[in-house]
Design a protein around this ligand. Structure first.
Ligand SMILES: C[S@@+](CC[C@H](N)C(=O)[O-])C[C@H]1O[C@@H](n2cnc3c(N)ncnc32)[C@H](O)[C@@H]1O
Length: 403
């Protein structure tokens, strides 16, 4: 039995889900395992895993154990740790260039610097409060975390493309896409919730993103066969999720409504929607790139969703593609290709995100008119075959009657 320094307890003090699926606090101890690192053989049987004492497991072994036993499926964040987060601010290059923003901020914040992976992102020391800064108020700079910014960069839209942001509000990633596309091309930003549509419109206006068309609609009702979407080349899908990767920030664990059981039901529903939305995105005929992201640390909303759509994705010619190869934290190894997807860690990176990118490399599925032509040809061939068959039947009958 593994001994954990942070045992998850419900308000009653009873360990959560004892006897059912074990839920583990994904915590500091996981990343501080390096002192246990020893040379050990990679492959173990499940029994060996179970027999191994916690003190003898390396970080990687602990991870493998948890993947094998399904303990990563749902992770629970219990206690707020002392997460001293650097502050991030993305320069809205539709309004200002990065160098000018850096110069402006340097006047007040000596330590500000540019992020190495996301070039339009600036890093400030923890606790820097930029909410009232004039550049933020004018929409020249957006307060947006690093992982959130990595999503649009991973999609990599080109300026003339048509792109769908499937679940768009409040619109941080939408306007980041607009900036990456230099205000050209077209972004269809879809949002189901009426109130959030307002927020989305405000964000778009503040950013000066004139190439964004906001749609108050259910993404699942947007037909891939509608000619309006026939030229869409990329889809950003950031569906509703549990938010467990940012739960510490939001102090969700302190809410009276935050219970294990309601969480399990909610997670099942969320995962079902996430999968449906991803399958829907895969069916758009001209789409070449789809990025899927969540701010959740649960395997059920991340790797499980990706794994479940892999056969469909491959039938459409899509493959998972490596994003940010220099980033060390990859997906849980529950399917071949999990190293292509990326995770950010709640403790190491101060927020837990998941990002996966599909790129269409193979054959496209037949477009509707091609399918129709195919069906007609097949029908003609069947008719011809029937005619030939009846000809031979009549001749055979004739010969038989003659004899
Ligand atoms: C995680 S948030 C998106 C955050 C956004 N990408 C950003 O970076 O600002 C998910 C959004 O999807 C919306 N949503 C949920 N189901 C949807 C659906 N079926 N169609 C369109 N939007 C949906 C939710 O209302 C919510 O605003």
């Amino acid at each position: 039995m593994l001994r954990l320094p942070f045992r998850i307890r419900a308000k009653s003090g009873v360990p959560w889900l004892a006897g059912r699926q074990r839920w583990w606090f994904v915590g500091r101890w996981l990343s501080s395992e390096s002192s246990f690192v020893q040379e050990r053989e990679e492959q173990k049987t499940k029994e060996e895993w179970k027999g191994a004492g916690r003190e003898t497991l390396t970080t990687e072994e602990t991870r493998k154990y948890r993947v094998e036993t399904g303990e990563f499926k749902i992770a629970v964040v219990n206690s707020p740790t002392n997460l001293l987060k650097p502050r991030y601010a993305r320069v809205n290059t539709l309004k200002m260039d990065v160098e000018s923003a850096l110069l402006e901020f340097k006047k007040q914040y000596d330590e500000v610097c540019q992020d190495a992976m996301v070039p339009d992102l600036l890093i400030f020391p923890p606790r820097t409060d930029l909410h009232d800064h004039p550049l933020v108020k004018s929409g020249s700079v957006f307060l947006q975390g690093k992982a959130s910014c990595m999503v649009a960069v991973a999609l990599g839209p080109k300026p003339r493309w048509e792109v769908i942001d499937a679940c768009a509000a409040p619109g941080n990633k939408t306007v980041h896409l607009a900036a990456l596309m230099k205000g050209n091309g077209k972004i269809i930003a879809c949002e189901l919730n009426k109130e959030r549509v307002k927020r989305l419109k405000d964000t778009v206006k503040l950013a000066g993103a004139t190439n964004v068309k906001v749609k108050h609609e259910d993404f699942l009702n947007m037909s891939p066969e509608d000619p309006v979407y026939s030229k869409v080349q990329a889809i950003l899908l950031d569906p509703s999720c549990s938010g467990s990767g940012t739960a510490i920030d939001r102090l969700d664990h302190l809410l009276p409504s935050f219970t294990a059981d309601s969480d399990v039901n909610r997670l099942e529903k969320l995962a079902a929607f996430q999968r449906k939305a991803l399958e829907h995105a895969l069916s758009f005929p001209a789409v070449e790139r789809i990025v899927y992201s969540t701010c959740s640390i649960n395997q059920v909303e991340n790797e499980d969703v990706i794994k479940s759509v892999l056969p469909l994705a491959s039938s459409y010619g899509f493959e998972l593609t490596t994003i940010f190869p220099q980033w060390p934290r990859r997906g849980h190894p529950i399917f071949d290709g999990s190293q292509h997807v990326l995770r950010t860690d709640l403790i190491e990176d101060k927020e837990g995100f998941f990002i996966a990118l599909f790129v269409r490399k193979g054959v496209r599925p037949p477009a509707k008119h091609t399918r129709d032509v195919g069906n007609t040809l097949r029908a003609l061939q069947r008719r011809k075959k029937r005619k030939i068959n009846s000809f031979f039947l009549i001749r055979t009958m004739g010969l038989f009657l003659k004899s």
